[in-house]
Design a protein around this ligand. Sequence first.
Ligand code: CTP
Ligand code: MG
Length: 229
Amino acid sequence: MTGRCWAVVPAAGAGARMGSATPKQYLSLAGRRVIEWSLAPLLRLDEMATIVVATSAGDPWWRDIAPGSDKLRRVDGGARRQDSVLLGLRALETVADTDDWVLVHDAARPCLPDEDLAELLSRVAADSVGGLLACPVRDTLKHASGDGRVDRTIPRDDLWQALTPQVFRYGPLRAALESAAEAGVEVTDEAAAMERAGYSPLLVPGSPVNIKITRPGDIALASAFLEGR
Ligand code: CTP
Ligand code: MG
């Protein structure tokens, strides 16, 4: 990737599935907070101009993070992840050009390998649309009936799990998310908003260690990945 890029880090979730008093992005992990690990690889990019972190309004935890970079800016996030990302993009309106790349990375993904980020940026640099880190599905997939029993098996060929970062150009990504918001359509990642706008995002294979902290056991898993580096 040549030229500058921007980032939006959605960090306004309450972490219902984790169920901790402190939202999961602020839990301690291998000597730092989860979000500090998530921000670190983005802060190491030379071409990174500004990282907008969308936190909940009145978030009392963010001020204790201060990873000490003038590249960080905080804005209030929204009710859903897609709202938080859109609010982050709007905050870049006066500085980002429509063709600039914007990287969106979950605050709850602390194990992003630098090599995966570099690979994503180099693959996307030559692409007109942009893309995302993703993992081919490895296990057999079962569809459950309401009573906790299998009602069918879903073929896993051609199925990928979407990770972050996801990287698209500022103008098209902003337009795609604005359009989904106006239409009242739920999109659970940036790629889904872009797909809805008619684009086919590039799948860039990434490491399965890039987990999203979701349930209580995930802190121990992430800790093992980070300490094993
Ligand atoms: N996120 C956000 N704004 C929201 C909801 C989520 O910025 N309104 C962020 C989370 O903070 C997280 C990322 O989006 O960094 C991925 O979301 P998810 O893993 O679903 O986190 P939560 O929504 O916090 O967790 P849960 O769904 O279990 O409540
Ligand atoms: Mg959520």
